[in-house]
Design a protein around this ligand. Structure first.
Ligand code: SF4
Length: 252
């Protein structure tokens, strides 16, 4: 039996952001058909059986082309997973944060959350997320009762702001920040000199700025494994979604 770090539940449907690098664009259309109204989700039973069989303890609500907080049955699915997954799972939410305050009661039902947040500046945020509406990160951190990690895609648009971005994250109380290179990105970004090297996590370097831990994450270098429940019910076995063998008979 192959060991697995994560089991991801992937939502699809219209999103409240329009990121030009949305991962769903690299996937076959059939896995991007909306499951935002579906309960139970297609393929949920075999997925749970696989999670239990492999003993996976980390479950993640995430999306191929939409935000998991747009799913209409978020709380119901969380309750079902806590009842039927026998590994005592830790359930995480990966979100753009747009609905975090509006749905704070459900947000707090996860064990932890990760918010994709590339910039505090509306014009830069728009280049990444296709919207000028920057979620109120400081308020989310202040009001959430669960640990919140911040994930920032770094590209040419926000690279010049990085030193200031790091400082602002630290100042509002971010404890864990992940700086991510996009899948397929080959340019090498310079690590800001304010960051002190602390170690390594799954093949990626880890730094610190005060009490904030900063990981420099490169999907290609990452040594993680996952199974993934796609919206059409396919259970995929590649951590890199675009390289899922179970989808390889369908053109992207
Ligand atoms: S927020 Fe996520 S799902 Fe929505 S468009 Fe951006 S990358 Fe895609």
């Amino acid at each position: 039996m192959v060991e697995c770090d994560f089991a991801n539940i992937l939502f699809a449907g219209p999103c409240n952001r329009r990121c030009p690098y949305c991962i769903g664009r690299l996937l076959p259309e059939r896995v991007n058909v909306s499951n935002l109204d579906a309960f139970p989700l297609a393929g949920l039973d075999p997925f749970i059986a696989e999670v239990n069989r492999r003993g996976i303890r980390q479950l993640v609500f995430t999306g191929t082309v939409t935000d998991p907080q747009l799913y209409r049955h978020e709380a119901r699915l969380l309750a079902l997973l806590r009842e039927r997954v026998s590994t005592g799972p830790r359930i995480s939410l990966h979100t753009n944060g747009a609905l975090a305050l509006e749905k704070l009661d459900v947000f707090d039902q996860y064990d932890r959350a990760c918010i994709s947040f590339p910039s505090f500046e509306p014009s830069t945020y728009e280049k990444h997320m296709g919207s000028r509406q920057v979620p109120p990160l400081a308020e989310i951190l202040r009001r959430a009762r669960i640990p919140v990690k911040v994930s920032c895609v770094v590209n040419e648009h926000n690279l010049p702001e990085l030193p200031e971005f790091l400082e602002r994250c630290r100042a509002i109380g971010v404890r864990r920040l992940v700086l991510r290179r996009l899948y397929g990105e080959t340019r090498a970004w310079e690590i800001p000199s304010v960051l002190e090297r602390r170690g390594e996590y799954r093949g990626n370097p880890v730094y610190a700025l005060g009490e904030m831990e900063v990981t420099w994450w490169d999907f290609a270098a990452a040594q993680s494994t996952s199974i993934n429940l796609f919206a059409d019910g396919t259970v995929g076995t590649s951590y890199l979604l675009a390289r899922t063998p179970e989808l390889s008979n369908t053109a992207a």
